[in-house]
Write a protein that binds this ligand. Structure first.
Ligand code: GDP
Ligand code: IMO
Ligand code: MG
Length: 423
């Protein structure tokens, strides 16, 4: 099959950027299908760490084409900053990065609206990354948004001014003062369009169709994670796009018949940034240990990530709705000094044991754990599956048995080289 999909199976930050970078040599094209600068995808090689937000994680492979699909929302200012960092490293992204004309634009006022909505919510806030994601997707569905194609249109400035005026009305209703910040943001935004205009603007649906007919292979890269999906996450504590496999088809314009593998990235424990249910969250020393040893601080916002044990109820749900064929397991190296490792295998909700995800986001969930023996060994230098300690192999086997899904990639460190492929 011609199109594989790679996405996160938890609440984001599973290590998607690293794994996309590692598997990119197997593909001709890497295409992002949703999200925007709320994402922070880290990858490491030659001792340098890179964080990408809007640009696909295949960009460091100069001979591969990278596409930002129609499902992505683009902030031209952040895009310009990302491009500048790549150019400084000696890359020429104008050669191998194409952008869908249909991708929506994040305007400066989308970011202000994000802040206004969040501050109004008080304690009920979602914990958004404040990158303007929700308001931009809101305009998209309300059919009032602006797209990349608009920046080439003679009516561009009128459209922009109209939308900004609408946003100002809402900001005024929220008593949100924009008078000082907006003029500077606006100036920077317009200046950054110069960079965006240098890139090849495409209709990704035609381009990808032609590539596939020519025999090229595509990797669709997801952002966020399945449990943040607009439909299937714990609403309203979700992002505003479809992070699941189905999102790849709408976010790029793909024919589902071409789909091949769906690779799910799973962190060996769980993390979440922002508000919302997290049944296995740890508030104790173990949680702190995971945060410190795993360096669990947001790649986009720097916020400390909430940490907890692996949750198989949530994972099985994610496997089911995505049709996952392969799991890539990341960051087990972080748990190398634990005597016991707990895995949540069921929930107790209102006194009843269940293995289904509750729909309401305000129910009390008590996790039921199966304790497994820790491996108490540094696995970060292991290069083959055979070298891994037996207790870790047992942990892998347990997850495979429970999920009925093969763990075909085991990542034991942030670097490209710290990756074990299982045949
Ligand atoms: P993404 O959003 O899914 O791409 O993940 P992030 O980049 O936000 O967060 C994952 C973090 O873990 C990054 O700092 C990665 O460099 C790092 N990382 C990825 N895989 C591994 C791994 O197997 N072990 C360790 N220790 N770190 C990893
Ligand atoms: P990557 O691609 C982790 C979370 C935010 C917040 C919620 C809504 O790096 O895995 P938004 O700004 O989208 O309106 O925020 O979603 N969130 C992420 N958490 N990783 C991400 O992306 C995230 N993108 C959004 O913290 O709880
Ligand atoms: Mg991230």
């Amino acid at each position: 099959m011609k199109i594989d999909i790679l996405l996160g199976l938890q609440w984001g930050d599973e290590g998607k950027g690293k794994i996309v970078d590692v598997v990119t040599p197997n593909y001709d094209v890497v295409a992002r299908f949703q999200g925007g600068p709320n994402a922070g995808h880290s990858l490491e090689f030659n001792g340098i760490r890179h964080v990408l937000h809007i640009i696909p994680s295949g960009i460091f492979h100069k001979d591969k084409i990278n596409i930002i699909g129609n499902g992505v929302v683009i902030d031209p200012v952040i895009f310009e900053e990302e491009i500048a960092a790549l150019v400084e490293m000696g890359l020429t992204p104008t050669d191998n990065l194409y952008i869908s004309k249909k991708a929506h634009l994040i305007l400066p006022t989308h970011r202000l609206l994000d802040a206004a909505y969040e501050s109004k919510k008080g304690n009920a806030k979602i914990g958004s990354t404040l990158k303007g994601i929700g308001p931009t997707y809101t305009d998209k569905t309300a059919r009032t948004g602006m797209r990349v194609c608009d920046i080439f249109s003679p009516n561009f400035q009128d459209k922009y001014d109209n939308l900004i005026a609408q946003h100002k009305e809402i900001l005024d209703q929220y008593h949100f003062d924009y008078s000082e910040r907006l003029p500077e943001m606006d100036k920077k935004w317009h200046a950054s369009l110069e960079t965006l205009r240098k890139f090849k603007a495409i209709d990704s649906e035609y381009v990808l169709y032609d590539y596939i007919k020519e025999g090229k292979t595509v990797l669709a890269e997801g952002a966020q994670g399945t449990l943040l999906d607009l439909e299937f996450g714990a609403y309203p504590f979700v992002t505003s796009s479809n992070t699941i496999a189905a999102g790849a088809f709408t976010g790029l314009g793909l024919d589902p018949h071409f789909a091949g593998k769906v690779i799910g990235i799973v962190k060996a424990y769980c993390t979440r940034v922002g508000s919302g249910p997290f049944p296995t969250e740890l508030f104790d020393a173990t949680g702190n240990q995971l945060r410190e040893q795993g360096n669990e601080y947001g790649a986009t916002t720097g916020r400390p990530r909430r940490c907890g044990w692996l949750d198989l109820v949530a994972l099985k749900y994610a496997l089911m709705i995505n049709g996952i064929t392969d799991i890539a397991l990341t960051k087990a190296d972080v748990m190398s000094n634990f005597d016991t490792i707990n895995i949540c295998t069921a929930y107790r909700v209102n006194g009843e044991v269940t293995t289904q995800m509750p729909t309401a986001s305000d129910v009390e969930i008590e996790p039921i754990y199966t304790p497994l023996q820790g491996w108490k060994e540094d696995i970060s230098q292991c290069k083959t599956y055979e070298e891994l300690p037996q207790a870790f192999k047992d942990y892998i086997q347990f997850i495979e048995d429970q999920t009925n899904t093969k763990i075909s990639i085991v990542s034991v460190g942030p670097d490209r080289d710290a990756t074990i492929f299982r045949s």
